[in-house]
Design a protein around this ligand. Structure first.
Ligand SMILES: Nc1ncnc2c1ncn2[C@@H]1O[C@H](COP(=O)(O)OP(=O)(O)OP(=O)(O)O)[C@@H](O)[C@H]1O
Length: 587
């Protein structure tokens, strides 16, 4: 049998009926979901019959199925890949009800259902696990997945007596009946859950069945009254009393949304961005104790690094070591400090210096020099640097690997069609080149150490500044929010498998980020520090008087952060111990 057309980037999930992989088309570099359905449970004839239905459904709010792929390792359905994961995962990240964005997703869902129902196809298993998310500027597009598969599994369930997901099942489904109205009931349960933060009925399956059949729905006060009518109509026990179609429910929901929006102006910022009350309660939590001390640095610190347990910092053109206070002046401004496992590089527009042996030698060692301005990234062990010429995105760029160890011979560069804004070395063999196509679109090209391109991904998000995340093949990018002023969006992008998360913070750009062993610390010049775990969930906020004028943050051991602060012409470096909530002035 032939080799697969897709290079597997990783396992994304395991459903009841098989595994789902993220795969990249070997020729085009486009990303797809490959769903491997168990051959015994889904014999090929049934599978092909369902494929007919799946191929019929072409709508922006439905996960499109492209083909069936037979390889040595199995039989896969090739589908659109949804990089945002499932609605369930999004709901779990959201600490509080999020009316506006939740509603948009419900409206997407109804548009997709209208398309399917009008073609006589009922989903039968609408639930947040089956709603997938695709990124679009400023938010998500909800897409229904598992059409056809849900129908097939329904048939299997009837054979085995094991029915779907009782929390979202309409009363008639418990008697084996279903119609488009059963899908609308499930949307009603989800709408309730999106707005209330929990489901209308809970408990073990038997209890759930009895609740769906007999228990009246009680809507809590946090659900805006404009939506009560829609929810109650969708959750009617008798299918005939519910909305007659998805489009009727969509129209009712749009009308309720318009009434709700009218009563909203001016809205609270926390409501606007879907923030939790904890995030909205500003400036009272975790106020660190400590005497306000002023540092002695006279110009802003642009970078901090720890090399061989030695703290080093860069002000405009000067590099200083903490212990010896030894300084070195460059001819041009320092653009970045690039740490690697046992050392660090200092990058100016046309030169790169290695700081590893600085201390034994009087000056840092120059390791590369270029004829024109370049951006650079260093391999994690410091074996090579990846560089690209700087320029306007459309001017293109020359990409080149410069070896730092062994033979120093450079290969002729590779021409890239877009000039990257940034390069990041992902591991000892791969580099991500990040280019801005437009203010809301980013291109990520994956290149190898051998100077070949292995894939190009276009994302509808802005990635102003990207850094390597705290797990392998993870990038964290920082950008202003495309629609909300005074708001910063963090994009957490996993490359293997491909997964995008967006975290909206009520901090005006610019912010600085430290990648720690436990997650991320995001700092703002107002003195705020927001702590996130590795998944991007906010776990704490600190308001630090001493950090007014915060400019850069780096991690220090497991629970410390070193911050550079520049305020009213005086700057300093501070050490913040997150366990003790103590701040020390370092310099
Ligand atoms: N098209 C897709 N794009 C991206 N991720 C997907 C896609 N389809 C599925 N996944 C991921 O794979 C996981 C498993 O999906 P799958 O549809 O097999 O099972 P499920 O919907 O979670 O459960 P069930 O088997 O009960 O339907 C999902 O949770 C989702 O994270």
């Amino acid at each position: 049998m032939k080799i697969s057309k897709y290079r597997i980037l990783g396992l994304v999930g395991q459903g009841q009926f098989g595994q789902v992989f993220c795969g990249c088309h070997r020729k085009t570099g486009q990303i797809f979901a490959l769903k491997n359905l168990d051959r015994h449970r889904f014999p090929t004839h049934k599978f092909l019959r369902e494929l007919r239905f799946l191929l019929l459904l072409q709508h922006p709010n439905i996960v499109t199925c492209h083909s069936l792929e037979h390889t040595r390792t199995g039989r896969y359905l090739v589908m659109d890949y949804c990089e945002g994961g499932t609605l369930r995962q999004l709901m779990e990240m959201q600490a509080a009800p999020w009316v506006e964005s939740g509603l948009k997703l419900a409206l997407d869902l109804l548009a997709g259902l209208e398309h399917a129902h009008s073609r006589g196809i009922v989903h039968c298993d609408i639930k947040p696990e089956n709603i997938l998310l695709t990124a679009k500027p400023g938010g998500w597009l909800a897409r229904i997945s598992d059409f056809g598969i849900a129908r097939l599994s329904q048939e299997l369930a009837e054979e085995t007596g094991n029915t779907g997901s009782p929390a979202y099942m309409a009363p008639e489904r418990f008697y084996g009946q279903y119609s488009p109205a059963s899908d609308l009931y499930a949307v009603g349960v989800m709408l309730f859950e999106l707005l209330a933060g929990y489901r209308p009925f809970s408990g073990p399956p038997g209890q759930l069945m009895s609740a769906h059949l007999n228990q009246p729905v009680k809507i809590p006060p946090q659900v805006p009254p404009e939506f009560h009518g829609c929810i109650l109509k969708a959750l009617q026990k008798l299918p005939g009393r519910r909305f007659h179609s998805a489009s009727e429910m969509l129209a009712a929901l749009l009308e309720a949304q318009a009434r709700w929006l009218e009563g909203q102006a001016p809205r609270e910022q926390s409501e606007k961005v879907g923030f939790s009350p904890i995030q909205g309660r500003l400036r009272t939590e975790g106020k660190a104790e400590g005497v306000r001390q002023l540092g002695t640095v006279r110009s802003p610190i642009v970078g901090i690094a720890i090399v061989d347990k030695q703290l080093i910092w860069a002000t405009q053109t000067t590099l200083t070591r903490y212990v010896s206070r030894q300084s070195f002046n460059f001819k041009a401004p320092i653009q970045a400090l690039l740490p690697y496992q046992r050392g660090c590089l200092a990058v100016t527009e046309q030169e790169i210096y290695d700081l590893k042996l600085w201390g034994l030698e009087a000056t840092p060692q120059r390791v590369a020099q270029f004829a024109s301005p370049r951006i650079a990234a260093v391999e994690p062990q410091g074996r090579w640097i990846a560089t690209a010429t700087q320029g306007q995105p459309l001017q293109g760029s020359e990409f080149q690997i410069v070896p730092l160890t062994g033979s120093r011979r450079r290969k002729t560069g590779l021409n890239l069609s877009l000039a990257p804004r940034q390069l990041l070395a992902l591991d000892s063999r791969h580099i991500a080149a990040i280019a801005a196509v437009s203010p809301t679109e980013t291109l990520i090209q994956i290149l190898t150490r051998r100077q070949t391109s292995i894939g190009v991904w276009r994302l509808p998000v802005s990635m102003d500044r990207a850094i390597l995340g705290n797990s392998p093949y993870q990038l964290l990018a920082i950008a202003p929010h495309p629609t909300l002023a005074d708001t910063t969006e963090l994009i957490l992008l996993d490359l293997k498998p491909f997964r995008l998360r967006r975290i909206v913070l009520d901090l005006a750009p610019p912010v600085c980020v430290a990648v720690t062993s436990w997650g991320y610390a995001v700092g703002h010049r107002s003195g705020w520090i927001v702590l996130l775990d590795g998944e991007g969930t906010v776990v704490g906020r600190l308001d630090l008087e001493d950090f007014r004028g915060l400019q850069a943050l780096i991690p220090y051991q497991t629970s410390g952060l070193i911050a550079s602060v520049f305020h009213q012409d005086r700057g300093g470096l501070y050490l913040l111990d997150l366990r003790q909530f103590e701040i020390d002035l370092v310099f």
